[in-house]
Design a protein around this ligand. Structure first.
Ligand SMILES: C[S@@+](CC[C@H](N)C(=O)[O-])C[C@H]1O[C@@H](n2cnc3c(N)ncnc32)[C@H](O)[C@@H]1O
Length: 275
C-alpha cells in the first residue's frame, strides 16, 4: 500500500479547490488523524504516515472534496476558543453567534443570574457563558435528544458539567418569571432559501423555520415575557434580512430598550431587548 509523509500529505491541499481555506482544512484533518497540533505538523513534516493513517487521510480528503464541512469530518468545531464536539445531529457553531455570548457578558451584572439557552445544539452558547460566569445558573434546552447528548458531553469537558440540559419545545414546561436572560439562535432560514444547498450536511431541524423563517422566532418572542423576571433580557439571533421584523415582534411583545446588533462583518445578526 502507498504511503506518504506529512509534507506530501499537506501538499494535497491543492485538491480542495472547493474550499476557501484548503491549507487550514488539510492541517486540521491531518492533525486530527495523527492526534497532533498544527505546529507539530510543520515541525515534523518528514513523519511518514502509517498505512492506516494514510487511508484515513485520503478518505477524509475525499469527504472534504465532496463538500463535507471539516467540523463534521473531525467531529470538532472551535467556538469561543473552546473545542466543541459536533455530530451530524448538531449545527456547527458559527463565529457570528459569539456576538450573543459577548453581549450577555457585557451586561452590568456581577450577581448570580439565571440564563436559558433555547435550542442549544452542541451547547455552544450555554457552555461559553457557563465557562465565563461560574456564578450564573445556566440551563439549555433542545427538542433533539441527540443534540442534548452531545451538549452534555461538551459541558462535562468544557464547563465542569455545570450546565443543566432539558429536552423541551422552546419554553414549554418551565415555571413563569424565572429567567434573567433568554438567549437563542433558533432555526430561521426559509424553506425556499437558495443558501440551503450549501448547508446540506447540517440538520434541517436546526436551520429551517416556516413562515418566512420566522415561525420559531415568533414563538420564542411571544412566550418570553411570561418566563422573564422584571428587567430580564432577551437576545435572539436572526437571518440577515429579518432584523426589522424581529425588532417589531419584540416591540409588540412589550419589550423595551430594543437594540439591533450587527456582527463582525457588519451584518444585522441579533436583537437585544429588556422587559
Ligand atoms: C440554529 S441551531 C442552533 C444551535 C446552537 N445554539 C448554536 O448556535 O450553534 C437551532 C437549534 O434549535 C433546536 N430546535 C429546533 N426547534 C426547536 C424547538 N421547537 N424547541 C427546542 N429546540 C428546537 C434544533 O434542534 C437546533 O439544535
Amino acid at each position: 500500500m502507498q504511503t506518504l509523509n506529512v509534507k506530501h500529505a499537506l501538499a494535497m491541499q491543492h485538491q480542495l479547490d472547493n474550499s476557501h481555506t484548503p491549507q487550514l482544512d488539510c492541517q486540521l484533518i491531518l492533525g486530527h488523524i495523527l492526534n497532533k497540533t498544527r505546529s507539530w505538523l510543520i515541525a515534523f513534516d518528514d513523519y511518514q504516515l502509517s498505512a492506516a493513517e494514510y487511508a484515513d487521510f485520503i478518505s477524509a480528503l475525499n469527504a472534504r472534496r465532496a463538500g463535507k464541512p471539516v467540523a463534521y469530518i473531525i467531529g470538532i468545531q472551535e467556538f469561543w476558543s473552546l473545542e466543541f464536539s459536533v455530530t451530524a445531529a448538531t449545527l456547527i457553531p458559527r463565529p457570528d453567534t459569539e456576538l450573543l455570548v459577548e453581549t450577555i457578558l457585557q451586561q452590568p451584572s456581577n450577581d448570580a443570574a439565571t440564563v436559558i439557552d433555547l435550542g442549544t445544539g452542541s451547547g455552544a452558547i450555554a457552555i461559553a457563558i457557563a465557562s465565563e460566569r461560574p456564578n450564573y445558573t445556566v440551563v439549555a434546552t433542545d427538542r433533539s435528544a441527540e443534540c442534548l447528548q452531545v451538549a452534555k458531553k461538551n459541558s462535562q469537558q468544557l464547563a465542569r458539567n455545570s450546565v443543566g440540559f432539558i429536552q423541551a419545545n422552546w419554553l414549554n414546561g418551565f415555571k413563569a418569571s424565572q429567567f434573567d436572560i433568554i438567549v437563542s439562535n433558533p432555526p430561521y432560514i426559509e424553506i425556499e432559501d437558495p443558501h440551503l444547498g450549501a448547508l446540506c450536511y447540517e440538520p434541517t431541524a436546526a436551520l429551517i423555520s416556516p413562515d418566512d423563517g420566522l415561525n420559531d422566532i415568533k414563538q420564542i418572542i411571544s412566550a418570553a415575557p411570561d418566563y422573564l423576571k422584571p428587567n430580564g433580557m432577551i437576545i435572539i439571533e436572526h437571518g440577515y434580512n429579518q432584523q426589522s421584523q424581529v425588532t417589531a415582534l419584540m416591540a409588540s411583545s412589550n419589550f423595551s430598550r430594543i437594540k439591533p446588533l450587527t456582527d463582525l462583518n457588519n451584518q444585522p445578526r441579533a436583537v437585544l431587548a429588556f422587559m
